[in-house]
Ligand binder design. Sequence first.
Ligand SMILES: C[S@@+](CC[C@H](N)C(=O)[O-])C[C@H]1O[C@@H](n2cnc3c(N)ncnc32)[C@H](O)[C@@H]1O
Ligand code: SF4
Length: 466
Amino acid sequence: MFDLRIMPEQSTIKFDRQLPIFNWPYPFSRLEAFAGSGQQIYADRDGGPVRRRAIYLHIPFCETICNFCPFSRERYTSASVVEEYLDALIKEIALKERFLGRCAVNAIAVGGGTPSLLTPEQTTRLGAAISRAFDLSALEEFTFELEVKSVSPQKLRAMRDIGVNRVSFGVQTFSDRYRKLFSLDADRQRVIESASLITSMFDYTNADLLYGMAGQGLDELDDDLTAILDLRTTTLDVYPINNLSAPSAMHRAIKHAGLGFLPETERVRFRVHLEERLRERGYAPISGYGFTAAGRDAAGPVRQSPKFLYHDLVYGYDDDEIIGYGSSAMSRRAGLNVCNIDNRRAYVKKVLDGGSLPHDRVGMIASPERGIVTFPFRGELDKARVSWLHVPDETLLALREAIDADLVVDEGPRYVLTKTGWLFYVNLMYHLMPTSGKQVISAKIEQMEHSGRITGSTDLMDLVDA
Ligand SMILES: C[S@@+](CC[C@H](N)C(=O)[O-])C[C@H]1O[C@@H](n2cnc3c(N)ncnc32)[C@H](O)[C@@H]1O
Ligand code: SF4
């Protein structure tokens, strides 16, 4: 099992090692193949009160396929395939409503894949199904993910009309060499034009940027940062590229280009650098990889500075519930993690022909420490939402150690991450886990190392000395 040592005396590099992983939902419970009808899961369970609920709807189609992308998606072939999928999605909403009733929802996320491939009529149909099935009186956030090639004023208007108030689109990189390497076929001008249309029609927008790619230099990251800030979105999600989950097509392209992966120490250096650059421009973190320019006036690039509520719930507390719809969608409900069938055809068949819920894997959850372990992703821990008596001593000790090392600060009713805490949020999440969680993560990393796609945890002492 990996053991991370906190070094309180250091000013920036507070851990002796960096884990080569990204984000993960917690707790992980092994998902077991599920043979039942699926309905029992929803029918006879009482998991206690739900404080906040989000729903996720997955649209697994893209116009073109980016080779780094691990999500469940396929190339768009015809309107009829999408139409049939939408029929299944709407039927799944109705099937689950039989068990959940018309439940209240605080956040909606339509992701993929590329939800902006839906026609305006399809978006309207989906919106009508959502408002029929859910109580939206407490809805705060309704997100649609967009891809720059597929947006149009008509589609964006249809989204607005069904209540969408936050849109997010992938830029990934402006660098021609990486766009080519990753099969991103919209050119820079197209990205800028679409971004301008999107920001003119929505007040709350987010753009995704990747960094830490094989062979990338700091100057290239700076160019990308400058260009993405010019798009003037409300927030930025800046992801270290996840080499591990990326499909083999990306690994082949990288090999073919003769590029080597950036060592994990370099990626930590990139993360420190990008945070410095963003802070210089008035930006601050709002999640593990999200940033916004809080406090800017209306003339600045940002008009408001909200957090992404959906992710706050995914990386939330024990009484936050997520209900997923569509192929590959995950739900977390009543002490269970439930995963829908990944394959789009099998999903559609099960829902439309079989008329049954499309789960194929289920796992139990027991996690009094959940809200604390996921806290470094959210940046804030509301003390009143944790039942402290049930939290394992190991987690309490680890939290104390993080406070003593200035990674976390106690602000009375809540704990918050410090500047250095944000830099090492992945390590901190691991650090806060009880041994059982650490064992699961360590075993995964060791298994991945054998695949040759990552190195194990990396010594950061060189950075300390530098
Ligand atoms: C579902 S996609 C976004 C929606 C839309 N299809 C698009 O491409 O613009 C969500 C985001 O995940 C990020 N992503 C995809 N593959 C990744 C990887 N291997 N490592 C890190 N982030 C990745 C990308 O930044 C992408 O924009
Ligand atoms: S990044 Fe977006 S457009 Fe590219 S394959 Fe993934 S979901 Fe599709």
